[in-house]
Design a protein around this ligand. Structure first.
Ligand code: ACO
Length: 394
């Protein structure tokens, strides 16, 4: 049963003992599990059914049939675009794919060993400081989203001793990102795979980074501050930071023969298997199903190992963590797919951010459209009646 955080724009639906807020008891499991933090018309995550909906559309109907730009339009404007609307949005995104000199300088001054998520956070912040003023708008959301791949590709090229490239306005979001990274005309198969990935990751209910963005937006801060905070939240391995660790795991395992020993050993040491488990999904994550099919097509050879590791991991998790219902999450096959289109592991999480920029900004706009400061409470468990001793007497 869900309850609401007082101080959000949510209408309380229940009076469960899980309620947090004025004088009420704390949530039973911690981590705000089961607490409703907002109302949203953007996406619905059905954890038991394993269903994900963007504004009424099942993700399975969108995954390989729509482009990232169509889904961005759906989330920002509330409906799938007509051809004219899509062309308009594509033109707006293309016009914003620039690398201002000041931001290039900031990126160039960072060490080449910096983590790309830190670079993205820093570059977005620097860009916003000189560009963004006032209340969040859709135009700002488009501009911010358009810049993410530009910042990342510029850093990637600089760290490899190459000059950043100019965006190509005739390319879509996925194709231009691949072009900016490699300087080569991207393969159509790679563009399709990355585009589908970007569609699948664009929004996902009240996940940790989206909640972060909404909290910042609820203070009437700006869209860049809210999005940069979300980038910080996404970075951790319990959220968007998992896929490069999935790749590390697959590389370490190396062969299907080695998989069971490796996984048993990791579990016996108390390690979490990256790419498995989810706070909301208690069955397979529907994005994992789509990504599995895409990964199989994108790299049939790598897929064999990944599939074997997945099967064994699921069996071992069931054996060693019975009843926890730990299934494959979005990150497992994201790693296989992103690797197959040529991305290095440390760009996996930033590429998640390239997609989720749409969801974050859509949530920020939704929050400011019906805002109330998000301000929950904490159950104080410390001392209350200490006798104060002045510094000289301590
Ligand atoms: N491997 C091994 N054990 C696990 C895993 C895992 N991947 N996930 C959960 N568990 C176990 C925990 O150890 C715990 O066991 P216990 O009851 O014996 O202590 C139990 O399952 C419940 O774990 P919680 O941490 O309470 O589950 P929660 O819902 O908070 O966590 C999370 C969800 C963080 C995603 C978790 O499953 C995890 O750490 N997975 C691995 C990291 C990962 O894949 N992250 C990407 C998530 S998808 C996304 O955010 C985009």
């Amino acid at each position: 049963m869900s309850t609401s955080i007082p101080g959000t724009n949510e209408n309380p639906q229940t009076t469960s003992p899980n309620t947090i807020g004025n004088g009420a008891s704390k949530p039973s499991k911690g981590g705000l599990e089961g607490i409703v933090a907002a109302t949203t018309a953007l996406s619905k995550v059905e954890g038991t059914a394993g269903r994900l909906i963007y504004r009424g559309y099942n993700i399975h109907d969108l995954a390989t049939t729509t482009s990232f730009e169509e889904v961005a339009h759906l989330l920002w404007f509330g409906h799938l675009p007509s051809k004219a609307e899509l062309a308009d949005l594509k033109a707006k995104l293309a016009a914003e794919r620039t690398l201002p000199t000041g931001v290039l300088k900031v990126i160039s001054d960072l060490p080449t060993t910096a983590e790309p998520m830190d670079v993205l956070r820093t570059a977005a912040s620097a860009w916003g400081a000189s560009t963004i003023k006032g209340k969040p708008t859709i135009e700002q959301a488009i501009a911010l989203t358009a810049h993410f791949p530009v910042f990342l590709a510029a850093f990637h090229r600089l760290r490899n001793g190459q000059e950043p490239l100019e965006s190509r306005s005739e390319l879509g979001h996925a194709a231009n990102y691949l072009y900016l990274l490699s300087g080569k005309q991207p393969e159509q198969q790679h563009v399709k795979a990355l585009d589908a990935y970007l569609v699948l990751l664009a929004d996902h209910g009240m996940n940790a980074s989206t909640f972060t963005a909404r909290v910042v937006a609820s203070t009437e801060s700006d869209i860049v501050s809210a999005t940069v905070a979300a980038v910080g939240a996404l970075k951790g391995p319990l959220h968007g930071g998992a896929p490069s660790k999935v790749l590390d795991m697959l590389l370490e395992i190396g062969t299907t023969e080695n998989a069971e020993n490796w996984l048993r050993n990791a579990l016996s040491m108390g390690q979490r298997l990256m790419g498995f488990g989810h706070r909301v999904y208690k069955t397979e994550d529907p994005r994992a199903e789509e990504l599995r099919a895409l990964a199989r097509l994108a790299d049939p050879q790598e897929f064999v190992l990944a599939r074997r590791v997945e099967e064994l991991a699921l069996a071992l998790l069931e054996e060693q963590k019975p009843g926890r219902r730990l299934n494959t999450n979005v990150e497992f096959y994201s790693a296989v797919l992103l690797s197959s289109v040529g991305l290095p592991g440390d760009l996996f999480t930033p590429t998640f951010a390239v997609s989720r920029a749409v969801g974050w900004t859509a949530h920020i706009l939704e929050q400011v459209g019906n805002n109330r400061l998000i301000r929950p409470e904490a159950d104080y468990i410390g001392l209350t009646d200490e006798h104060f001793v002045p510094l000289d007497a301590r």
